[in-house]
Design a protein around this ligand. Structure first.
Ligand code: SF4
Ligand code: SF4
Length: 420
C-alpha cells in the first residue's frame, strides 16, 4: 500500500476519509485507512478523478514551482492549446502567450505544432497498417489503462510519441542550434492540464527518456498569468494559428484533423472503458481510428485546469472556427525519429502470489471471505467493493471487522448476550 505517488499527493490535514474519491476511482486504486485516503500505486492510472471528486481539495497534482525555472539558463514554456480556453475570450492567444512569457520564460513552443506533425505521421501509419482500429496514444491515462486492463489491445496503440514529447524535443533542439547552448542549460517546462502527463514524463512509455525538464499545472500559473495581462508589452508574440492543431485540445479534434470517416472519439473514463471492452470482444471492428480521452471533453476537462470544461470547450470551438481558413506550414520531421523505441508491455496489478499454487489457494480464500460479506459495495469499510475488501483481508491489508455490517451484527449479538 502507498499513501502517495509522484503525480498525485494528499494533504492529509484536509482529508476526512469521506470516500468520495474511493467511489469515483475507475480502477479501485483507493483505500481509506485510519481516516485518510491512500492510493495503491500499481493500480493507479493517474486519471485525476480523485482530484475532481474531493470536496475538500485534499488531493492535488505534484508539479514544480516557478522557482525551478532559475535552474536553467534558457527557459521554454510548452503551451498546450487547452490554455487558450482557460482565459476569457477578450484575451487573444498572443496576449495569453505574452502573459506566460512574463512568468519568467525566455521562449515558448506551442504543442499544436507537435499535434500537426502527429496528424501527418498518423495518416501515413494508417495507410501502411493492417491492424485496426488504431487507438490514439496521446492520452497517457488511456495507454496505462490498456496496459493494465486491456493488454490484448496493446498492439492497437499508435506507436508514436505524444505531441508534448515531439514539441519538447523540437523546442530544445531549436534552442540548442540558435543559441549555441548545451542540453542541460535549457529548461523545457510543460504547463499541464492533468496529472497523467506529469507521470508520463517521470515514467515515459515507448521511449527511454522524456524531453521535459519540469511541469507546472494550469491551476498553479493561472492567477499569476492573469495578473500579467496588464503588463503585456506592445509587441505580441506569433501565435501558431493552426485550427487542426488547436483542435487536439478537445475530444474529436484528432479525428477531424485526420479527415477520416471511420473513427470514434470517446471521452470520460467510464465511456472509454465500455468502448475498449467492446473492441476487446470484437463487437466494434469496423473502425480505422479510435480517439480516447480519460477526461470529459478531452484535455480541456483535465483535473489541473482552471475553467469549467464545457465553458472552455465552447471557447475552443470559437477559436478553431476563427482560424479555420489559416494556412500553416507543418514542420518537416521524420517518422522514425518519433516512433516508439521501447516495447509497450502489460502491467500486472494484482498478483496474489509468485507461487501459482499459493495464488490459487488465496483465490479460494477470497471467495470464502466474500461469501461472509454483505455484498452491498457501500465503501464504508475503506475498500471500494466487498470483493476488494475480501482481497484486502486475504492479502493482510484489512480485517473482517472493517465491514460495518459485520461489526454491527457482532455488537448486536454481544448486547443480546448481555441482556440474556
Ligand atoms: S474525497 Fe478522498 S481525499 Fe477527499 S476528503 Fe474524501 S476521502 Fe479524503
Ligand atoms: S488518479 Fe484515477 S486511478 Fe489514480 S487513484 Fe485517483 S481516481 Fe484512482
Amino acid at each position: 500500500m502507498h499513501s502517495k505517488i509522484h503525480a498525485i499527493a494528499l494533504d492529509s490535514s484536509k482529508c476526512v476519509g469521506c470516500t468520495n474519491c474511493l467511489k469515483r476511482c475507475p480502477t479501485e486504486a483507493i483505500r481509506i485507512k485510519s481516516g485518510n485516503s491512500k492510493i495503491v500505486k500499481e493500480r493507479c492510472i493517474n486519471c485525476g478523478q480523485c482530484i475532481q471528486a474531493c470536496p475538500r481539495f485534499a488531493r492535488y497534482g505534484v508539479t514544480d514551482q516557478l522557482t525551478s525555472l532559475t535552474n536553467f539558463k534558457h527557459k521554454i514554456a510548452l503551451i498546450d492549446p487547452v490554455l487558450y480556453g482557460q482565459f476569457h475570450e477578450q484575451f487573444k492567444p498572443s496576449q495569453i502567450l505574452n502573459s506566460i512569457l512574463s512568468l519568467g520564460f525566455d521562449d515558448f513552443f506551442e504543442i499544436s505544432r507537435g499535434a500537426d506533425i502527429i496528424t501527418e505521421f498518423t495518416k501515413s501509419f494508417i495507410a501502411n497498417n493492417t491492424k485496426f482500429p488504431i487507438i490514439s496514444s496521446s492520452c497517457p491515462t488511456i495507454v496505462r489503462l490498456i496496459q493494465i486492463r486491456f493488454p490484448g489491445l496493446i498492439d492497437h496503440i499508435l506507436p508514436i510519441d505524444s505531441p508534448v514529447e515531439i514539441s519538447a524535443h523540437l523546442a530544445r533542439k531549436s534552442a540548442m542550434e540558435k543559441l549555441n547552448l548545451v542540453k542541460s542549460e535549457i529548461g523545457v517546462f510543460y504547463i499541464s492540464p492533468c496529472p497523467a502527463r506529469i507521470f508520463s514524463f517521470q515514467k515515459p512509455v515507448g521511449t527511454k527518456k522524456s524531453h521535459i525538464s519540469g511541469t507546472l499545472s494550469v491551476k498553479s500559473i493561472f492567477l499569476e498569468a492573469s495578473k500579467n495581462f496588464n503588463k503585456s508589452s506592445e509587441e505580441q508574440p506569433n501565435f501558431y494559428s493552426s485550427s487542426k492543431g488547436i483542435g487536439w485540445a478537445k475530444s474529436g479534434g484528432q479525428c477531424k484533423a485526420l479527415g477520416i470517416n471511420d473513427f470514434l472519439a470517446v471521452d470520460g473514463i467510464q465511456n472509454v472503458i465500455s468502448v475498449l471492452e467492446e473492441i476487446e470482444y470484437h463487437k466494434i471492428n469496423d473502425l480505422t481510428y479510435v480517439e480516447c480521452h480519460a477526461c470529459t471533453n478531452g484535455c480541456i476537462g483535465g483535473s489541473l485546469n482552471m475553467e469549467n470544461s464545457f465553458v472552455a470547450r465552447n471557447r475552443m470551438r470559437k477559436l478553431i472556427d476563427q482560424y479555420s481558413d489559416c494556412e500553416v506550414i507543418v514542420p518537416n520531421c521524420s517518422l522514425e525519429e518519433y516512433t516508439f523505441t521501447e516495447p509497450l508491455l502489460p502491467l500486472q496489478v494484482a498478483q496474489l502470489d509468485d507461487d501459482i499454487s499459493i495464488a490459487i489457494k488465496k483465490m479460494e480464500q477470497i471467495e470464502i471471505e466474500l461469501k461472509a460479506l454483505p455484498n452491498i459495495d457501500c465503501g464504508a469499510c475503506g475498500s471500494p467493493s466487498c470483493r476488494a475488501l475480501a482481497e484486502d483481508i486475504v492479502l493482510g491489508y484489512a480485517n473482517k471487522s472493517d465491514c460495518i455490517v459485520i461489526l454491527k451484527n457482532k455488537i448486536n449479538s454481544t448486547i443480546k448476550e448481555d441482556i440474556d
